[in-house]
Design a protein around this ligand. Structure first.
Ligand code: SD4
Length: 301
């Protein structure tokens, strides 16, 4: 493929994220700028209830956001359980570039964001508040395996994260991951998305991986890191994702039955692969500006 740029993203909203990222890649921009632009698009998207400003809250009705970003040189930054900041991915990037740290959480993450010029904005939408009030009637925490995005109020996904990976015209890799986490989670719960090695990992010599699904499984398995390590051993992205899924099932055969775990990977040659524990995972692959160059692909499971 030479150094043809490519960007890949989780789920059907990955099409929009890819399109936003492509503008950067097409202008010879960096993979890092591209994945941030794609993640920002998803964070601003008013149609999804699982990332950014329209996300569903925790069991106390508070929306908390998690995000991470990483490049091929091992630079990374993340925020977890940040409140009232519309673009956690850009705060994560600031953590990476303007602090000696990797991960800021909660109030400290918000204070840092404000110190960097981010505005505090109440984010919980009416739709999300209504869904939470409806959920409280049963207060049953039971993550769906996959989203049912049929647009009916109260029938949206209670999870699904944007994971986005890119390779630019210079062959540089980067990745980003952004989410509101599992809807109705315990207050203070943090998933895999802001944990480097769990929800996102990038090694410029090998490739990049990201995850979506029930984050506890990816944290237990160091999932994204595991996928990259399998690629380092010579596996294709698809085979590496499958090997990581197999590992999760082998370690916890009973516990992994009813949950969704999805991995998406891109290697330094620009090859893409994915694997999910359950049916239903889709991802978007983009090589160009027109619609035919930005297509949704069904993952194997
Ligand atoms: C989390 N992995 O917070 C995220 C949520 C997600 O599909 O991606 N669900 O656990």
């Amino acid at each position: 493929r030479g150094n043809a740029p490519r960007v890949v993203s989780t789920w059907d909203f990955g099409i929009g994220a890819n399109a936003a990222a492509w503008k950067t890649l097409a202008a010879q921009g960096s993979a890092l700028d591209a994945v941030e632009a794609g993640a920002r698009w998803a964070e601003a998207d008013l149609c999804n209830s699982t990332v950014g400003r329209c996300g569903y809250p925790d069991r106390d009705g508070v929306l908390t956001l998690d995000a991470s970003i990483m490049d091929g040189d091992g630079r990374c930054g993340a925020v977890a359980a940040i409140e009232d900041i519309a673009h956690p991915i850009s705060v994560a990037r600031k953590v990476m570039e303007a602090t000696p740290h990797v991960l800021l959480v909660g109030q400290g993450a918000q204070d840092f964001a404000i110190s960097q010029g981010f505005k505090k904005t109440p984010l919980l939408t009416d739709d999300a508040r209504k869904a939470w009030q409806e959920w409280r009637k049963t207060s049953n925490y039971a993550p769906r395996v996959n989203a049912e995005r049929d647009g009916k109020p109260g029938d949206k996904s209670n999870h699904d994260t944007l994971g986005i990976l890119a390779i630019d015209a210079h062959g540089r890799l980067a990745g980003a991951c952004t989410t509101s986490g599992m809807a109705w989670k315990l207050r203070g719960r943090v998933g895999d998305s802001p944990i480097v090695g769990a929800g996102l990992y990038v090694d410029g010599d090998v490739g990049a991986a990201t995850a979506s699904g029930v984050g506890e499984e990816m944290i237990r398995s160091a999932g994204a890191f595991l996928v990259v390590e399998f690629m380092r051993q010579g596996k294709s992205p698809a085979a590496a994702c499958r090997a990581a899924i197999d590992r999760i099932v082998a370690k916890r055969p009973q516990a992994s039955k009813g949950v969704q775990v999805c991995f998406l990977a891109l290697n330094k040659l620009g090859e893409v692969g994915a694997c999910a524990l359950q049916d239903g995972f889709v991802y978007a692959v983009c090589d160009g500006a027109d619609a035919e160059s930005n297509v949704l692909t069904k993952s194997t499971s």
